[in-house]
Design a protein around this ligand. Structure first.
Ligand code: NAP
Length: 309
């Protein structure tokens, strides 16, 4: 039996605690041996304050998992790759396209695996949606991704800072599903970005996109949703309507709910990461990040009411 891939995790915050630690524990072939975080630690594990201390203190690490906010992820990834470690990037894989392209080149040069994880692509119903869509032609698609930022991101000031993505932090999950199902290219044509007067990143966005064959794709992202939360995508094709809801975890075809798989997003991603490392491969798809960059390039910026957390 091959030995487990030894992981060090950087940025021990909400997602690390909620998802990464339990997923690693339930995945064969990966083992968490140390954590690097400025203010947090995990009981019983070696603790460091930053990536340099982690790399120096744990020379036997095989891979590094980066769970900090996107603004600081590139520098840590660069150091880990330069030290010859495989790297698992939380989403979004960086704050800019050029950062992630530089990481891809470095991973290649060092002969290690780079994984740009898109957790929503591993949601229970997304694989089935993709398979159903093959051979069908899109007529139109509509995305509604609306959640309460105060509930899901309490105290996360980085999210509204430059490079924090604002409402595109969850919105990019919808775009990751969209570009997983529609594989032949999605083009962004218009973006309307509502940005609080006291913040640097949008709190709501309306996007107009189109498929390669010109079918319209509309998206509404909103961080101000109270009450029921909405993470839905509706695909209308020449041969039926498919609706993904609950962030890709529920599926209905022509109104009929379908049974979906049971594996969680994060265990599936760790299985994938272990396969990549053992197979000497990388997996970096920039399509979701490119659409966000395009929205920021094309966007009409509309100042809106100040956001007080
Ligand atoms: P978080 O809890 O605010 O941040 C994670 C940790 O990163 C923090 O606890 C902090 O640990 C460290 N950190 C924060 N700001 C930093 C900075 N400026 N420099 C260095 N380290 C910093 O955020 P999160 O919710 O876990 O999200 C982290 C990433 O995971 C984001 O890219 C997000 O999109 C992604 N993600 C989040 C969720 C979710 O539901 N929350 C879901 C999927 C993916 P220390 O202070 O101890 O260093």
């Amino acid at each position: 039996m091959t030995s487990a891939i030894k992981l060090g995790l950087v940025g021990f915050g909400k997602i690390a605690r909620d998802q990464h630690v339990p997923a690693i524990a339930m995945t064969e072939g990966v083992e968490l041996v140390a954590v690097a975080s400025r203010n947090n630690h995990l009981e019983g594990l070696a603790a460091y304050t930053d990536i340099d201390a982690l790399l120096a203190g744990e020379p036997d690490l095989d891979a590094v998992v980066l769970c900090q906010p996107p603004q600081v992820r590139y520098e840590a990834a660069r150091r880990a790759l330069a030290a010859g470690k495989h790297v698992f990037l939380e989403k979004p894989p960086g704050a800019t396209l050029s950062e992630v392209e530089a990481l891809m080149a470095l991973a290649d040069q060092r002969g290690v695996s780079l994984f740009a994880s898109w957790h929503s692509r591993y949601a229970a119903a997304v694989g089935q949606a993709r398979a159903w869509f093959e051979g069908r032609t899109l007529r139109r698609a509509d995305i509604a991704w609306k959640e309460d930022v105060r509930h899901w991101h309490p105290g996360q000031t980085w999210i509204f800072e430059a490079g924090g993505f604002g409402v595109f932090d969850p919105g990019i999950n919808a775009l990751s599903i969209l570009t997983e199902v529609i594989r032949d290219g999605v083009l962004l044509t218009e973006a309307d970005l509502e940005t609080p007067s006291n913040r640097q990143a949008p709190i709501a966005a309306t996007l107009a996109m189109q498929s390669a064959s010109g079918a319209p794709i509309a998206a509404v992202f909103d961080f101000r949703q109270t009450g029921p939360q909405t993470w839905d995508i509706r695909f209308e094709t020449d041969d039926g309507v498919l609706v993904l809801s609950e962030g890709g975890n529920r599926l209905a075809i022509d109104g009929a709910p379908q049974a979906v798989g049971a594996e969680g997003e994060y265990p599936a991603m760790y299985r994938r990461f272990a396969e990549l490392v053992r197979g000497g491969k990388s997996d970096v798809d920039l399509a979701p990040l490119r659409l966000v960059a395009d929205a920021f390039l094309r966007g009409r910026y509309r100042p809106t009411e100040a956001f007080i957390d």
